[in-house]
Ligand binder design. Structure first.
Ligand code: NDP
Length: 453
């Protein structure tokens, strides 16, 4: 009999925590999970899931406009009702919370409601009880972070933007990352007069430069007001809204300001500082290949560590962690390169592997194949939306080292391309693949002449 109450005590029932708990329990380990908010974490409650539902809602705006060229007329101008969308979303999230509860229950994982505090390397206090565990997994995720400026308390963060009582007719978002461009597209599509404020000269730093420029132009065409090289100086409450003063000197009145300025590890009050658990410069927990922190019985994964802040990464990490600590063989270390990702701005971005700029730094010579075209649908819709596709090839090996797409359903398309890029397939093998006609995606196997080297 073990000297501990549990083999694994998980703090945080988000995507990574729940997956680790269930997978460990399936090996016969005795597992408990502590959660003080909602089951499913950021992704299910205030991230990927509700964001995608709102993105679908926003896309209807374009669909209504596109329909005319195909012979459809609407009996009246379409009306959008925020409360219906918000409340239907709330219902769906409740359903998913229930599913997470049942998943834990069916896996024989004990769920404890409460914020856990780590007492020492093997003890946790939660809900007035002290429990011991051979291993403690910190899977508490991140929390929105907002820089200091006068009136910062008047901003919304991405936890609060989903459940607004009133629809913001005039919407502003600060930031130039995933959340900023996605919410600018969502509220623009739903009908808000939308402004995006970004401190640099072009948003989506780290993405392929051509993708960033193309996305800027497409979002601009859709009516998002983009303000680059600008920051928020201060926000004041005024009659009927908020007055925002920008560093450019401009002032603008809006109904809501979303600060999408990044997320930080949600470690406050967890007690890890008492144990001197090592963190990196930005406060994230340092871990080794086995997901062990500097205190080896305390493990960590997901957004609280240094990897990409993406749900599927946390899920992979959870399975790898369980294989390391409860499995019979030592798994290969996780490969964080060539992880595909999508940004659900409008149009969507899908990307896997290296940007053109990163590939130029890594390889002596590259070939770039790109296509910028008007999708077939828009020949009749009248929309001016375009699509960008791009392959980056290492000239010496012919391996496709990057694939990028800006256009309809980019996330759906890049998922398939990601398998090929991850498998290290060559451009010649892409070319041997017969296209599917008529699709936009067939360009990925029909681009034959390099655009540049
Ligand atoms: P990001 O880190 O992606 O972006 C933060 C943005 O805020 C950057 O543009 C940054 O500018 C800007 N910023 C930072 N500090 C300041 C400041 N002091 N003043 C003004 N601007 C500032 O964070 P997000 O909040 O957008 O998203 C968090 C993470 O969640 C993402 O990195 C992503 O991993 C994940 N996510 C994934 C999604 C998906 O998979 N589709 C969707 C949403 C989130 P700069 O670039 O100049 O540093």
């Amino acid at each position: 009999m073990s000297e501990y109450d549990y083999d694994l005590f998980v703090i945080g029932a988000g995507s990574g925590g729940v997956r680790a708990a269930r997978t460990a329990a399936a090996t016969g380990a005795r597992v408990a999970v502590a959660e003080d908010r909602y089951l499913g974490g950021t992704c299910v409650n205030v991230g990927c899931v509700p964001k995608k539902l709102y993105s679908y809602a926003a896309h209807f705006h374009d669909s209504f406009e596109d329909a005319g060229g195909f012979g459809w007329s609407l009996p009246a101008a379409p009306q959008f009702d925020w409360a219906t969308l918000r409340d239907n979303k709330i219902g769906e999230i409740k359903r998913l919370n229930g599913i997470y509860n049942r998943l834990l229950d069916n896996a024989d994982v004990r769920l404890i409601n409460g914020r856990a505090t780590v007492l020492d390397a093997h003890h946790v206090s939660v809900g007035g009880e002290t429990v011991s565990a051979a291993k403690i997994l910190v899977a508490v995720g991140g929390w929105p972070w907002v820089p200091d400026f006068p009136g910062k308390e008047l901003t919304l963060d991405s936890n609060r933007v989903f459940d607004l009582d009133e629809f913001p007719e005039r919407f502003m978002v600060l930031g130039g990352g995933y959340i900023a461009v996605e919410f600018a597209s969502i509220f623009n599509g739903l009908g808000s007069d939308t402004h995006l404020i970004y401190r640099g000269d072009l948003f989506l730093r780290g993405f392929d430069q051509e993708v960033r420029e193309f996305t800027r132009d497409e979002m601009d065409k859709k009516g998002v007001n983009l303000h680059f090289d600008t920051n928020i100086e201060c926000i004041e409450k005024v009659e009927g809204g908020l007055r925002v003063t920008l560093t450019s000197g401009e002032t603008r009145e809006v109904d809501a300001v979303l600060a999408a300025t990044g997320r930080r590890p949600n470690l406050e009050g967890l007690g890890l500082d008492r144990l001197d658990v090592a963190t990196s410069g930005d406060g994230k927990l340092k871990i080794n290949e086995r997901f062990e922190t500097s205190v080896p019985s305390i493990l960590a994964l997901g957004d609280v560590t240094d990897g990409p802040e993406l749900t599927p990464v946390a899920l992979e990490e959870a399975m790898s962690l369980v294989a390391h600590h409860f499995g019979e063989t030592t798994p290969e270390p996780l490969d964080y390169e060539r992880i595909a990702t999508a940004v659900f701005c409008h149009p969507n971005i899908g990307t896997v592997g290296l940007s053109e700029e990163a590939a130029r730094q890594r390889f002596d010579a590259i070939r770039v194949y790109s296509a910028d075209f008007r999708p077939m649908k828009h020949t009749l819709s009248g929309s001016s939306e375009r699509c960008l596709m791009k392959l980056i090839v290492d000239d010496e090996s012919d391996v496709v080292v990057g694939a990028h797409l800006v256009g309809d359903e980019a996330g759906e398309i890049i998922q398939g391309i990601a398998i090929a890029v991850r498998a290290g397939l060559t451009k010649a093998q892409f070319d041997q693949t017969v296209g599917i006609h008529p699709t936009g995606a067939e360009e990925f196997v029909t681009m034959r002449t390099p655009t540049r080297r």
